[in-house]
Design a protein around this ligand. Structure first.
Ligand SMILES: [Zn+2]
Ligand SMILES: [Zn+2]
Length: 386
């Protein structure tokens, strides 16, 4: 069973939606235009219920099958938000909003799930209920978490959830997936180191925070190299180093460093949450200063459930002939919250030889649409056979 013919027919229309969304990117929870467009289309398709305002700007729609003997409900989720990036693709449908860009392909995800919703509303060739979920703020805002907090799973009695992301560097329309931990937990830290400022030519009369903070940056690397079990996956990156001094001859009183920790297990996550403050406070004390550490928990590890992963892979194999095992990804995914509440799986669909996601020259590949839409439709028709 290859790509569904209906999606080859719908490709020009779905491509048009995708490019319209691409041209009008909206960041985090500010997906007002996109959400309205999604809700309007879902109503036009004849969905049985369309609800806006779940997780602030999230949209949920219900599509009932021909029958409901199974009593089962499957959730299909796409993300709608763009990134604060200045687009450099030069496309004729490039972002009309400078500094906002669909650089992660969520325009494609939204369009593909809309395409699947249109097909499922037309055919209803399944026994049970489908809930399509369009979330805002995947890129760091926790839109998926907010939709869950608004009662998404219980309100629509969702039994299983599925998600999909495009993946540059993989053949267009090919699929890859892995069971268990897949995307990393993404935690962040902000450390303010305090010393004693003064004249740069009289360092002995100061407590130099630049030297202190530089040592902290190096010492933080020992979290990975000396504290973590070498067979575990963990990343610690310091990404910002700021002093309040702009002068050549002033030792600043404070330095603030920021960074991120990515882990694949609770054990490593807890280790980092304990060691980052210990290291920074310890280094500060060594130099006669102090450190104030704010360690912030972000998205949890995204864990694909075994049974649903196997099913998702079998559907992908039928759609595109094969499904590879995906490598671990140290990036984060808001879908983790949905998978904490219900069993499900998250799959990657190849975007071809394009720039990586989050790059100013990235673009979603419309050629992936038929495979992506077919996967959504087959997930429903095979999981809820009529
Ligand atoms: Zn992204
Ligand atoms: Zn993304």
């Amino acid at each position: 069973m290859p790509v569904k013919n209906r999606f080859a027919e719908l490709l020009p229309e779905i491509t048009e939606w995708r490019r319209d969304i691409h041209e009008n990117p909206e960041i985090l929870f500010e997906t007002h235009r996109t959400s309205a467009l999604v809700a309007e289309k879902l109503k036009a398709f004849g969905c049985d219920e369309v609800v806006e305002g779940i997780g602030r700007t999230g949209v949920v729609a219900v599509i009932k099958g021909k029958s409901n003997k199974s009593g089962k409900t499957i959730g299909l989720r796409a993300d709608m938000d763009a990134l604060p990036i200045l687009e450099a693709t030069g496309l004729d449908y490039a972002s009309k909003t400078p500094g906002a860009m669909h650089a992660c392909g969520h325009d494609g995800h939204t369009a593909m799930l809309l395409g699947a919703a249109k097909y499922l509303s037309e055919t209803r060739n399944f026994d049970g209920t489908v809930v399509v979920i369009f979330q805002p703020a995947e890129e760091g805002g926790g839109g998926g978490r907010e939709m869950c907090e608004d009662g998404l799973m219980d309100r629509w009695s969702i039994d299983e959830v599925y998600g999909m992301h495009n993946w540059p560097g993989k053949p267009v329309g090919s699929f890859s997936i892995r069971a268990g931990a897949f995307f990393a937990a993404t935690d962040t830290f902000e450390v303010t180191m305090k010393g004693l400022g003064g004249h740069a030519a009289k360092p002995h009369e100061t407590v130099d925070t630049t030297v202190m903070a530089s040592n902290a940056v190096l010492a933080l690397q020992t979290l990975v190299s000396r504290n973590a079990d070498p067979v575990q996956n963990i990343v610690c990156s310091v990404t910002s180093f700021e002093t309040e001094s702009k002068a050549f001859n002033v030792i600043p009183e404070t330095v603030t460093i920021k960074g991120t920790v990515r882990t694949m297990s609770t054990e490593m996550r807890d280790l980092a949450a304990k060691r980052v403050p210990e290291i920074c406070e310890g280094v500060a004390a060594t130099f006669g200063g102090s450190a104030e550490v704010n360690y912030m928990k972000g998205y949890p590890v995204m864990v694909n459930h075994e049974e649903q992963t196997e099913f998702a892979a079998s559907v992908a194999t039928k759609v595109s002939g094969a499904c590879e095992e995906a490598p671990l990804v140290m990036g984060g995914e808001d879908f983790a919250y949905l998978l904490e509440e219900r069993p499900g799986a998250y799959i990657l669909v190849g975007n071809g030889d394009t720039a990586m996601v989050h790059h100013p020259e990235y673009n979603f590949n419309d050629e992936a649409i038929p495979a992506g839409c077919s996967w959504w439709a087959e997930i429903v028709e095979q999981r809820l056979p009529s």
